[in-house]
Structure formats: C-alpha cells, structure tokens
Design a protein around this ligand. Structure first.
Ligand code: SAH
Length: 351
C-alpha cells in the first residue's frame, strides 16, 4: 500500500465512473474493472487483460488494490482455511473459509480487536484498536474467494470474526452491499448473517436501513445476572431491550432470528439454564445455535462434557425450541475469533 492512495475496494462503484470520465475512458470500463475484481478474482491491475495497457498503468498509479498482507495461512483436513492478515498500519485480523457440503461460507472481521469484553472470547482481551474500513472488509472477502477453485463461488457470509459488527455499521454496510450486488459477489442478503452481542439502537437502525440480512444475536445466558458476568456490556443494556429490538427486526425482515449461545462448562450449561432459556425463547420464530466453547489459551473456561451438552440440547428440544449445535470446524487452526492473532502476536509466546 502506498500512503495516500485511495483503496479501490473502498467504493469502486462510486469512485470509478467519475475517475474514468475525467481520464476520458468510456463508462463501460467501470463494469469491466469490477468484474475483474469481484468475479474474475484478479490479483493485479496488470492481469486485467482486456483493459488498455495505458489504463492499467494509470489505475496502478492512482489506486491501491490490496492494503493487507497474508501473514499466515492455515488449513485443516475438513477444508477450513484461515488467513491471518496484517493491515497497512500493523494491526492484525483474521478471516476464515469454511467448506460444508455445497456451502462455501466465509467468516469476516469488522474491527481490530473488540470493545465488548465477553470474558471467554480471545478477540476482546486487549480491547479494540479501530474499526476496519469498507475496503478492508471487502478485501477479506476477495482474499478468501481466491482460495476457491475457479468453478466454485462463495455462497454465504457470516460476520462473526473479530469485532462487533454493529459498532461499525457505517463501514460494514457498503461492504455487504458489494457482497450482495450482482456486479459484486452476488451473494443473496439472506445468506449474509450479521452476528451481534446485542446493541439495541444499532439493531433498530439496521432494521430501518436494510433488514434483508439475517441477524444473529449472541445471548450466552438466559438471564441478566449471568449475562452481566459473561458479557459485561450487558450491564448497560439488558436482555429485555435486546429481545425487543430483535423481535422488531424479525417483524420488519420476516427472517427467522438466530440466537447464539456459547456453552461454557459449569457456567451456563446447567439444566436450570436450559429450562430458563427455553422459557425465554419460547414463541419466537428463532433458531438457537449452541456453540460448545472453543478453549482459548490462558482463559479459565472449558468445553462442557458431552453429557452436559446432550442434556442441554434435550431440554431445549423438549421445550419446543429449534436448537442446533454448531459443528466445531477449524478447532485445530484456532478458528474461534481472535485466537490466531493472539498466538502470533509479536511478543507473545508461540503455541
Ligand atoms: N461480536 C459479535 C460477533 C463476533 S463473535 C457477537 O458477539 O456476536 C461470533 C460468535 O462467536 C459470538 O457468539 C461469540 O460469543 C462466539 N465466540 C467467541 N469466542 C468463542 C470461543 N472461544 N468459542 C466459541 N465461541 C466463541
């Protein structure tokens, strides 16, 4: 990245037409360039072979194509691939490609670090450094798309990487627009899931701006007392307001809500928690996504026993809740949020 040069991935649909006009190129070049970026997965300006050489050279002088570098690329046998990216200012983020049957899902980050402070999560251990730009969010999508063979396409996006997406909605929404646009990645908005710790004003704002995305709300506890401990930001918010905002989103969007619940051994995995959770969610058109905890080095939390997991699932199922246990993909490459970044952070012991 060259200091001061605009990043083409920030807003190609807006920045290219006036630039092309000013340089006396026909307007259709903008569509060609976007197709090279999003569909043909070009790595360089140079390889955009149906653009005049002079235009390619001028674009290279004017716009940055990539602003981050891949510091680490890990893979597991189940087809999960994870990239650790270093941003132009040295910040590090992670993003993941998951293969599941026909699905090609990517998990992307929205911030460097996270300010929410969930006690069990690796991403927030050092707080938040900054929001990612739209271009940096789109760049993750394109770097991950490039890992696929030419005849495969990304089918789903989950905004479940590092950071709180609803704390960076202004930069996230244009990036998701590029993902869903036909001239972008062409991924239907219903296949794009925004996962939030539960920030009611931002959920309400999202339902006003664009409720076509799927929404996932991270609960982790069936009552405020426990949630205040696990998700400290909850002290200022509370479950009532979160559920009310989520229900409003459902009314506007018509999309079934997802609630996420990280199952922590001995903390929120008891029968009483399951019963309370079933009562809390009953009557909602919702999916409960239970995620057995993925241990983070240095944190005192554990994955529940299989027996506890089974009991938890049974109680919820009997309570009429649509429950799904998320497969633990990518454990071996520390695919849970923020883990890889921590392990490879300068100054930290390598695990
Ligand atoms: N800030 C957003 C999105 C990022 S995390 C949110 O809170 O939803 C995506 C999900 O992964 C959240 O439900 C989060 O609580 C969960 N998670 C974080 N660390 C985890 C870990 N070590 N094991 C399992 N799930 C984890």
């Amino acid at each position: 990245m060259v200091a001061g040069m605009p990043h083409i991935l920030e807003s190609p649909a807006e920045s290219l037409p006036p630039w092309l006009a000013a340089h006396r190129y026909p307007a259709y070049r903008a569509l060609q360039i976007r197709s090279w970026l999003f569909q043909r997965r070009a790595k360089t300006w140079e390889e955009m072979s149906d653009l005049p050489k002079k235009l390619r050279a001028e674009l290279a002088e004017e716009f940055d194509l990539w602003t981050s570098t891949v510091v680490k690329h890990s893979q597991t046998e189940d087809g999960t691939e994870k990239l650790l990216l270093q941003l132009h200012d040295g910040g590090r983020i992670e993003c993941v490609l998951l293969r599941d049957g026909e699905r090609r899902t990517i998990c992307i980050s929205t911030q460097v670090g996270c300010a929410m402070g969930c006690v069990f999560c690796a991403s927030g251990l050092d707080g938040v450094d900054r929001n990612l730009t739209t271009g940096e969010i789109v760049e993750q999508m394109l770097l991950l798309a490039r890992l696929l063979p030419e005849d495969e396409r990304l089918s789903h996006i989950v905004v479940m990487g590092m950071g709180e997406p609803l704390a960076n909605l202004d930069n996230l929404l244009p990036a998701l627009h590029a993902a869903s646009d036909e001239q972008g990645l062409g991924i239907s908005r219903r296949r794009i899931t925004i996962s939030t710790v539960g920030l009611p004003p931002a959920i309400r704002r999202l339902s006003q701006i664009d409720a076509r995305y799927s929404l996932a709300v991270s609960l982790h506890a069936p009552d405020d007392e426990l949630r205040n401990q696990l998700v400290p930001v909850n002290k200022k918010i509370g479950l009532d307001d979160i559920l009310e905002a989520a229900d409003e989103y459902f009314q506007v969007s018509g999309r079934r809500l997802t609630f996420e619940y990280v199952l922590l051994g001995g903390l929120n995995d008891g029968e009483d928690h399951a019963l309370k959770l079933a009562r809390l969610l009953r009557g909602r058109a919702a999916l409960l996504n239970v995620i057995p905890y993925n241990p983070v080095a240095g944190l005192p939390y554990a994955t529940p026993t299989q027996a506890a997991q089974d009991r938890f699932r049974d109680i919820l199922t009997h309570g009429g809740i649509n429950v799904q246990f998320r497969q633990r993909k990518g454990d071996k490459i520390n695919a849970a949020c923020g883990q890889l970044r921590r392990m490879t952070a300068p100054g930290l012991p390598q695990v």
